[in-house]
Design a protein around this ligand. Sequence first.
Ligand code: SAM
Length: 250
Amino acid sequence: MPTDTDHTHFGYQSIPSDLKTERVASVFRSVAHRYDVMNDLMSFGLHRLWKRLAVAQCEVRPKDWILDLAGGTGDLSSHFAKQIGTEGKVVLADINEAMLQKGRTRLLNQGITQSIVFIQANAESIPFQNNSFDRIAIAFGLRNVTHKEQALQEMARVLKPGGKLLILEFSELRSETLSALYNTYSFSVLPKLGKWICQDADSYRYLAESIRMHPNQEALKTMMQAAGFERVEYQNLHAGIVAIHTGYKF
Ligand code: SAM
């Protein structure tokens, strides 16, 4: 969250807000080529389970129009594309060309072509008309967005009345027993893994720091309500390492 009107957090650093998007972009440009293998390694494969649970909670129906925002290499889109039938559409939107390129290739290799479109877009300014989507999902993306309130307002704008928003994101660990282990893992092991696999320790240090700076479960719930979402709820997974927030537009 911004520390004042001109500055925001980039991990533990306070930087001018207008520099954050480019700093985040350089993180994902740097890790795009090994992003998927790193996700498997650093989460011990758990990200696949978290994403499957998130997709199930989206309650997608045939013919739905779905926005996979900050969709990256397309894990969620791949599930959605199999659920929408021939008349639905998945829009995978991401700000980063390198991540989009990876996603496009992966989904093409899975034979997913007709039902999906890829667009380069900033979550703070979604290039669609009001009331365009039945479902919006953003997985591990909101944490990286500079103006989160603005992005949430944009999601509310492009969601159809009756539509559902789902946010899957790292959150606040709710276990004192696990906290020392989790901190050691985040700040000592992750950067080493990043250096080994991606030749980039800094991006994974940013990951650990950005998780600590992200609004916790209750704060994000309040932000969603302030953006106009109703029936906002969250579910902690693995003691709050990640949380799934859902809300509706009425
Ligand atoms: N959703 C994918 C997943 O769960 O594997 C990718 C998550 S990855 C950790 C975060 C993604 O957010 C990156 O692909 C990055 O380019 C994208 N991103 C960061 N800031 C963004 C913004 N302002 N608007 C849209 N996408 C953004």
